[in-house]
Design a protein around this ligand. Structure first.
Ligand SMILES: CC(C)(COP(=O)(O)OP(=O)(O)OC[C@H]1O[C@@H](n2cnc3c(N)ncnc32)[C@H](O)[C@@H]1OP(=O)(O)O)[C@@H](O)C(=O)NCCC(=O)NCCS
Length: 148
């Protein structure tokens, strides 16, 4: 992990945070449409933590941790993990995931889940390295009509 990377939860969506996420989210998915109001909802939401990775003052990566209670216990999900293209391969992604694991552990979750497409080789290497184990399950998705 680079010595100079600092991980912290976003507390507001100020201009630097919005500009960084507007740059990072399209690197996660070409179909991403960064939305400042949605980011503000993420930051304000009790269940969600938007973790930001900074080198000096520059935001170079982000991850969202969601912690939610279920009848079977407190569970966590990690989503939208992304590191700026220019800064990959130096452990920023690992630092973000380890910080999410620490926070989930601190809150007493039973499990932390995440999904990743097979083509995301770098992500799969990273998740495996920090201790995630592949589970045999099907991912189902239902897409409500987009007319809403
Ligand atoms: C996945 C991602 C967050 C990793 O960020 P990062 O800061 O580069 O992460 P790290 O430096 O901690 O680790 C990256 C690992 O991937 C490896 N890696 C980097 N580029 C790679 C590539 N093109 N193919 C395969 N492995 C690669 C690195 O070598 C390292 O693994 P290793 O140390 O075991 O060799 C970053 O690549 C990214 O933002 N990708 C696009 C978005 C994405 O796929 N997000 C995950 C969604 S599930």
């Amino acid at each position: 992990m680079p010595n100079d990377v600092a991980i912290a939860a976003a507390e507001t969506v100020d201009d630097p945070t919005w500009q960084a996420l507007a740059r990072l989210l399209p690197q996660l998915s070409q179909s991403a449409r960064p939305d400042r109001a949605m980011l503000a909802r993420v930051v304000a939401h009790e269940a969600s933590t938007l973790l930001l990775a900074r080198i000096d003052v520059r935001i170079v990566g982000a991850l969202t941790l969601v912690i939610y209670p279920l009848p079977t216990g407190l569970r966590a999900h990690i989503d939208d993990v992304v590191v700026d293209e220019a800064g990959r391969g130096h452990g920023v992604g690992e630092a973000l995931v380890r910080a999410a694991i620490s926070e989930a552990h601190r809150q007493g979750v039973r499990t932390i889940d995440l999904t990743s497409r097979p083509s995301r080789e770098a992500a799969i290497r990273l998740y495996t390295r920090v201790g995630f184990v592949r589970r045999d399950s099907h991912l189902f998705r239902y897409q409500p009509t987009r007319s809403r």
